[in-house]
Every structure is written in C-alpha cells, then in structure tokens.
Design a protein around this ligand. Structure first.
Ligand code: ADP
Ligand code: MG
Length: 344
C-alpha cells in the first residue's frame, strides 16, 4: 500500500543542488582550470598564472591581475546562479563574456576546499574567503595586490565516486594543459604562466601576432607551415591559419576553432575542414588549423552544452559553406599540390 501512497516531494538543500550541478560542469581538474581561466579573462586580466600539483587534484591555484572583487562580492561569487555578467535585460543572446551562468565557482566550491583572495580595483585592501565543501565562511581582510587568487584543494574530497573516476595525475595534467592551451590560444594578448609544482611548463609573453602564440605551443614545424586565412563576410568573419598538408595529423585534435573568443568543437565545421583538404591529404590524415570566427551573438546560442563546448548556429549551413569556400579559394591561389604526400 505504501508503494501507492503519496510521496513526499522535498526541496533539496542548496549544498546538494550545487554538488549535483558540479557533476555536470566539473568533470575533472581540467574543468576547474577552464572555468577559472575563463573568469580571469572575463575580469580583464592581462596576466594569469596557473599552478597545479598532483594533476590538479591536490591543488589548482590561479592568480590574475583583473578587476578583483570586494569583500561584499566574495560570498556572492561562490553562490549558485549569481553572476555579474548577464546584461540588465537578462538576455542570453547578447552574452559577450565567457561565463554567464554564475554556476562555476559555486559548483567547484561544493566539491573542494576553496580559498579566494581578492582586491578590487580602486580599493585600499583585499579580502579572503574560505569555502569547505560548499560551506561558506565569512570573509576577512588580507593583504594582496589588485586582482584575484583562487586556490582549489582536494578536488572531489567529499564525492568519493567522482574522485575514483579520475585518471592518473599525468593524464589529468594532460587535460589541464589542453584546457590551458585553448584559453591561451584564444587570448594571445594575455600573459600566461603554467607551473607544474615548482616546474615552469609555459611562460607565454603577450603578443599581437597570433602566429607567435601558436609557435610557443607547437614549435616552428607548425608555425612555418601556416597559411593565412581571411574572410570578411558581413555576418561571418574568419581569421587564422590552415596548415600546409605536409604537417597533417593522424587525428583531428589539432583543429583549433574559436567562435567569438570561445574555443568550440563542432562536427559540421570539422567536416568542412576535411572537405576543404580533400585531395590534398592521404586517407586517414587530418589537417591542422587555427581559425577564429566572429559572428553576431544573436546568430549563435552558447547555452546548449554544460561546458559550453558546443554551440548552436541559427544558420549552420551558412557557416559551413563560408568556411569551406574561404579555405578552398585560398588553397586554389596557393600551390600546395606539389607537397601532397610528402609527409611521412
Ligand atoms: P560566471 O562566470 O558565469 O558569472 P562564476 O561562478 O564563474 O560565474 O563566477 C561568479 C562571479 O564571480 C562572476 O560573475 C564574477 O563577478 C566573479 N568572479 C569570478 N572569478 C573572478 C575573477 N577572477 N576576477 C573577478 N571576479 C571574478
Ligand atoms: Mg565563470
């Protein structure tokens, strides 16, 4: 009989809600790194330093010289659905920042031990707040420069199942480096430093030339094979580089696509790349590309994917053909056929 009686429906406590949300947004240490780096960029930082220990599970520390936060803002920053980034009219279609959901810090704080130190521009001193598994302690004063430092320790300490699914520190570090690479490629004018423990892995000086940043990551073999791609359609602007077929890869992981400053993966656009190189590459080889596209925000919806990796275009056919045509035209005016098959 009890099986057919009315059930009790209860509102879940906020801490549990955040842990559940964290399950969607925060899959592994690299997801934390991605969210924190995005926040630093949104804060207008010109220098961002990232330190990881133990594949990011033991410690992720990020320091930026962005706009910072006041003592009053700190508890809000780690509260879910609280953001400073949505426009007044609450329109999701004109988002100009990388974040906008106000979920990341709350999610991360609910599954870790987090400390934030921050000082807002134009204020004489900084403040610090600690959050342990979602429990917020009230902020106190601390000495720090303008900007924000966030430390995330012991990721998933209170969600053992999640923690069990993590791979080795080396593998998790690989994912972090990939997230770092995407953000640093998207923002060449920002100085980025990445340290693994004491060891410096990257020190990327700001540069106006995208090719410099690409070379800093992938070396001269890639940077010397870049073919400039440019197209200025009224709606879809494309700027970047497609690589000479001689530096093709066995997988498509070296296809870096950015849309309005955000790294994206998009199967249709990857297909367009493959089509553009058809006849230039041997079967099973994939082109290497670095392409930034700019479109009016109302032509895209970034709110589709929890990690915002996938977007939805209002006119995907147009974006596809724009990319394909631009590359094809460029390849026609560049004699590349003599290089076909020269890659080992
Ligand atoms: P979102 O980025 O979607 O707004 P987050 O949870 O990532 O949500 O961050 C919540 C808020 O905390 C942001 O809207 C911003 O006001 C503030 N914040 C987070 N990180 C920083 C930072 N590095 N510098 C300044 N403000 C920050
Ligand atoms: Mg954010």
């Amino acid at each position: 009989a009890a099986a057919h009686g009315p059930r009790i429906i209860r509102q879940l406590p906020a801490q549990l809600v955040n842990q559940i949300a964290a399950g969607e947004v925060i899959e592994r240490p690299a997801s934390v790194v991605k969210e924190l780096l995005e926040n630093s960029i949104d804060a207008g930082a010109s220098r961002v330093e990232l330190t990881i220990v133990g594949g990011g599970v033991e410690l992720i520390r990020i320091s930026d010289d962005g706009c910072g936060m006041t003592a009053e803002q700190l508890p809000l920053a780690v509260t879910s659905h609280a953001t400073s980034k949505l426009p007044e009219d609450d329109s999701l279609f004109h988002v100009g920042t990388l974040g906008f959901r106000g979920e990341a810090l709350a999610s991360i704080a609910s599954v870790s031990q987090m400390t934030i130190r921050s000082r807002a521009e134009g204020t004489p001193s900084g403040s610090q707040i600690d959050v342990r598994g979602g429990v917020i302690e009230s902020p106190g004063p601390c000495g720090c420069p303008v900007g924000t430092t966030i430390e995330v320790r012991n990721l998933f300490f209170n969600t053992p199942v999640r923690r069990k699914f993590l791979k080795t520190p080396q593998t998790e570090r690989g994912h972090i480096v990939e997230a770092f690479t995407r953000l640093a490629l998207a923002n060449p004018k920002v100085h980025f430093v990445l340290r693994n423990g004491e060891k410096e892995m990257y020190d990327l000086l700001p540069t106006p030339r995208w090719a410099d940043r690409i070379e800093a990551f992938f070396g001269t073999e890639i940077s010397e094979s870049l073919i400039l791609i440019e197209s200025d359609d009224a709606q879809v602007k494309i700027f970047g580089f497609a690589c000479d077929p001689a530096v093709s890869r066995g997988n498509n992981r070296m296809q870096y696509l950015f849309l309005n400053g955000r790294h994206i993966r998009d199967r249709a656009l990857q297909h367009a790349l493959g089509e553009a190189y058809r006849g230039l590459l041997m079967v099973g080889r994939h082109p290497v590309c670095f392409l930034r596209m700019t479109m009016p925000p109302d032509m895209i919806d970034v709110n589709v994917h929890p990690a915002k990796l996938e977007v939805r275009f209002t006119d995907s056919g147009r974006v596809y053909s724009r990319l394909l045509q631009t590359l094809r035209q460029r390849f026609l005016s560049t004699d590349m056929t003599h290089r076909v098959g020269s890659a080992p």
